[in-house]
Design a protein around this ligand. Sequence first.
Ligand SMILES: [Zn+2]
Length: 315
Amino acid sequence: MGLDIGGTKTLAVLLAPDGTVAAQTRLPTAPGPRGVLDGAVRAVEGVTRAADVPVEDVTGVGVGIPGLVDAVDGSVRHAVNLGLDGEALELATLLSARLGGIGVGVENDLNVAAVGAAHLLEVADPASGPVDLAFLALGTGLAAGVVLDGRLRRGSHGAAGEIGHVPVDPAGPPCACGQRGCLELYASGSAISAVWPTTSGRPAPVELFEAAEAGDPRAVAVRDRYASAVAAAVRLLVLSVDVRYVVLGGGVSQLGQPLLEAVQEALEDESAASGFLRSLDLPGRVRLAPGRVPVGAVGAAVVGRGHAARVPDLR
Ligand SMILES: [Zn+2]
């Protein structure tokens, strides 16, 4: 079982023993320690009911949640959007107790998305072996979750994939992190809202890409600059750890194909003058996060499988 607890909604999936999605559900997230915990219990009950499987048959529960997660003890802090900005919430311990002792694992929301994307690629092509990928979240901020040889890599300080704070312009504007000209200021979803303020109430990336598609020259310039910033993030990930795939996720990825094409075009343009880059086939490594499958919840379920307190009976 996997839960992806976001600021407004919680997605839950039940994975069958073969790794496919057996059932899924979504419900609104309630804030605060109480709201989050009760919501998690309701999500587990909801999805087991949808699958007609007793809660006792669930072998492990994984939770993806924003904020600072201690994956060892399963606690979460500083999830401000969820009203968890006081003391640490011992989510794994408390949820396990509410579910009759089922093993519970907790992981950062970006990391479960990376694990979920890797899992879906493995299920789609079991012969391909362990997956190497980075899940690049283009949202309020910019960061990547990294899976190498099929394993989530957090790094020694949990900072693996924090490429949003690599400065790309030393003379650029100040970043909230204290540096100047960080990549996040050019390639995140917020970067689009900053340069292309929305007028219709629709998301800024949608308005920008539509205006560019309609031929507005200023929109074309802004879109292309954005695409090359995302391309820079892709290049950074490939040149650091040579991941086979860079999966574009986060709010901006809901643009779908037009985003993918713009980023691939930027990568092709940048490779034109470099035989070295061309040999790495950067455009061929970029993928869109699957739209219909809740990739974070799937990854959370994979994390939960690793915390299973009981061995499933597969006979
Ligand atoms: Zn920064």
